[in-house]
Design a protein around this ligand. Structure first.
Ligand code: CMP
Length: 132
C-alpha cells in the first residue's frame, strides 16, 4: 500500500468534474482520503511549488492555483504514486495518452485539472504540506 497526494486544481472544480475524477480513482481500486476544498494563498501556493521558483511559468502557476478553490486529497492503494500519474496522463494534455484524465478534461499545460506527486519523497512532503 502506498499513499500519494493529488489536487483537483481550480479549473477542475470550475468545470464540475470533481466527481468524475474521484470516480476514476475509485474505479481503479484506490481509496480517497480526506478530500476537502481549500483556497490556497499566494504564499502557500509558492511554498508548495517552490521547486518551480524561477521558472518562466511560475508566476502564472501561482495565479492559476489561487484563482479559486482546489481539492487536495490523499490517494491510497498499491503502487499509488506511479498508477495515479498514469491515470492522470502527461502534464501537457496534448501529449497525454487517450482516456487519461488530462487527455479527457484538460485544456492546456497551464490548465491541466489535476496534480499528483511525482516520487515517494514528493508524496511525503506534499501529504505533510496539506495534512500535517
Ligand atoms: P504540475 O506538474 O501539477 O505542477 C506544476 C505545473 O506547472 C504543471 O502541473 C503545469 O500545469 C505547469 N506548467 C506550465 N508550464 C510547464 C512546463 N513547461 N513544464 C512543467 N510544468 C509546467
Amino acid at each position: 500500500m502506498e499513499d500519494t497526494l493529488s489536487i483537483i486544481k481550480p479549473d477542475g472544480v470550475r468545470k464540475k468534474i470533481v466527481g468524475k475524477i474521484l470516480k476514476r480513482f475509485e474505479d481503479n481500486g484506490f481509496e480517497i482520503i480526506n478530500p476537502r476544498y481549500i483556497n490556497l494563498s499566494k504564499e502557500e501556493a509558492s511554498e508548495f511549488y517552490n521547486i518551480h521558483k524561477g521558472k518562466p511559468f511560475f508566476d502564472d502557476l501561482i495565479i492559476f492555483m489561487t484563482s479559486g478553490p482546489c481539492l487536495p486529497f490523499i490517494i491510497r492503494g498499491e503502487n499509488a504514486i506511479l498508477r495515479v500519474r498514469e491515470l492522470m496522463g502527461s502534464t501537457d494534455p496534448d501529449e497525454a495518452a487517450p482516456e487519461t484524465i488530462r487527455a479527457d478534461f484538460a485544456d492546456s499545460i497551464d490548465s491541466n485539472v489535476i496534480h499528483g506527486s511525482d516520487s515517494e519523497q514528493s508524496a511525503k512532503r506534499e501529504i505533510r504540506f496539506f495534512f500535517g
